[in-house]
Each structure stands twice: as C-alpha cells, then as structure tokens.
Design a protein around this ligand. Structure first.
Ligand SMILES: Nc1ncnc2c1ncn2[C@@H]1O[C@H](COP(=O)(O)OP(=O)(O)O)[C@@H](O)[C@H]1O
Ligand SMILES: [Mg+2]
Length: 256
C-alpha cells in the first residue's frame, strides 16, 4: 500500500494538532513516525483508518483520496489496515489462540479448522508457535505485543499500524518486538507504519524516519540521514532523547 498525505490540518477546539502535514509512505517500507508525546502520532493513525476526519487536506491510499468518502465507502479501505494498539488490546479472559482468531471468528460460516490453521501460521510468524492454549494473562508484555501482531497478520492487512510498540517494555523485550516488526515486514512484503518516541526502536526498524513536530513533518530521511542531520529540530530531538531520564535510549531500564 502506498499512502500520500498532503496538507493535512486538524484541530480540536483551540488545539491545533496538524498544521499542513505532508507525508509519503511507500509500498513495503517500514515508515517510522517519531515525535514527542502529544505531537499527534496516535491522531495520525486514526486519520489513516478513518476514525478521525481532517479539517482539510487529502489522504490518498494507492491514489484514492479517502477524505471525502462516506463511512460505507471507507470500510473497504479500513479493512486493509491492521492496527496494533499501544496496550496490545487483548482480551484477558481468552487464550492466545482465541485472541488471534478474533477477527475471523466474527465472520460467520468460517471453517473452524481453516481458522485455527491460520492462527497457527500467524503465531509462528511472531515466534509464538504452539502457544494457542496459553492464557493471555500469563504472557509477558512483549509476548502480548506479539500476539497482537499475530492477530493483525491474520487479517491479511496491506498495511500494519503500530502505535508505540515498545512503550513500557524494557530494552531487551523491546528488541524482540523490534525484531518481529522487521521479520513480519520482510515476510509479508506489506507496508508498516510505526509511531514511537523511542529512538532506539526507530533506528532499529525504520527504512525511513519522519520527525513529527509542531503539526508538521519537520524532517524525513533514512536512519543514516536522520542520525547525521544538521536540522535543528532533529538535533534537539536526538539530544533530548539521549538525556538520562529518557530511559531506554540511555540504556536504562524503564520498567516492564
Ligand atoms: N478526540 C480528541 N479530542 C480532543 N483532543 C484530542 C483528541 N485526540 C487527541 N487529542 C489531543 O491531540 C494531541 C495529540 O494527541 P496524540 O495523537 O494522542 O499524541 P501522541 O503523539 O502522544 O500519540 C494531544 O494534545 C491530545 O490531547
Ligand atoms: Mg499516542
């Protein structure tokens, strides 16, 4: 899936979140959108799936602008996205297999064995093979994230959206999640968008990195270009992220 966002504007009352944001996401890439908390990263993902509508601007998916579409016309586009929520969004009362199967169980008349076969395949892609019957409550934070990724994979989405996939995870577990994102991207050939404030994760997974600041994409480039950028906003973001209280970037554990 190729996505082209042009001149996006969005305000909530007096709060301007996007003020002429432009962004292109190429088919098959891992696009990282880096930005401090509150800069509109989650709001941007919600625009892509049509849960929020912009005040102005266009969002073209494979050339088609979805902004003017009515809810019903939007639905097929929404189905092409798989969303991995920040808190993993699993149902704690169900086991791993049931959680992964959820999107398919909603579809009536599906063959149970075919569904469980797809579940097994998805779990294998996230290195959780054979964990179908394990209660979700016994999994670590990183494993729960991977179950959420397996669930999104089952939908055969063209584009996976990751909202802060490593938030609240310690550095080692974060690395396993980063590795899975890269592995899944290579395996499916689909497009991935990762929004994060985690610099280590951004550089580990991104094929392109965009820095969101003050309602716009302030800088874009390959990880190498961003690392060596002399753009003031980039320099400040990188410096701030390397301060001790930034936790993971400085090598400190931050819980989880
Ligand atoms: N539905 C909403 N109504 C009003 N304000 C919102 C809404 N959603 C998000 N915001 C505000 O928009 C800003 C960006 O939010 P968000 O995208 O969640 O930031 P982040 O980059 O941390 O994900 C925040 O100030 C948030 O409070
Ligand atoms: Mg957010």
């Amino acid at each position: 899936m190729r996505i082209e966002i042009e001149d996006l504007h969005k305000s909530f009352g007096d709060l301007t979140v996007f003020d002429g944001l432009n962004l292109v996401v190429e088919q098959g890439e891992i696009c990282v959108i880096l930005g401090r908390s509150g800069q509109g990263k989650s709001v941007l993902l919600k625009h892509l799936v049509g849960l929020l509508r912009p005040d102005k601007g266009s969002i073209r998916i494979d050339g088609k602008d979805i902004v003017p579409l009515a809810e019903k016309e939007l639905y097929p586009y929404r189905m092409r996205f798989g969303m991995i929520f920040q808190n993993a969004g699993l149902l704690q009362s169900l086991n791993v297999g049931e959680n992964v199967a959820l999107p398919l169980l909603e579809v009536r008349g599906r063959d149970y064995h075919a569904t469980m076969k797809k579940v097994a395949e998805s779990l294998r892609s996230v290195d959780l093979e054979g964990k179908e019957r394990q209660p979700v409550s016994t999994l670590s934070g990183g494993q729960q994230k991977r179950v959420a990724i397996a669930r999104a994979l089952l939908q055969d989405a063209d584009c996976l959206l990751f909202d802060e996939p490593t938030a609240g995870l310690d550095p080692l577990i974060s690395k396993t999640v980063d590795d899975i994102i890269v592995q899944v991207n290579r395996g499916t050939g689909g497009t991935c968008i990762v929004v994060t404030h985690d610099l280590v994760s951004a550089f580990a997974v991104g094929t392109r990195i965009h820095l969101l600041d003050d309602g716009k994409v302030a800088a874009s480039g390959t990880p190498e270009e961003i690392r060596n950028s002399d753009n003031d906003i980039v320099r400040r973001f990188l410096a701030r992220s390397l301060e001790p209280e930034a936790g993971r970037a400085a090598g400190g554990a931050n819980g989880g």
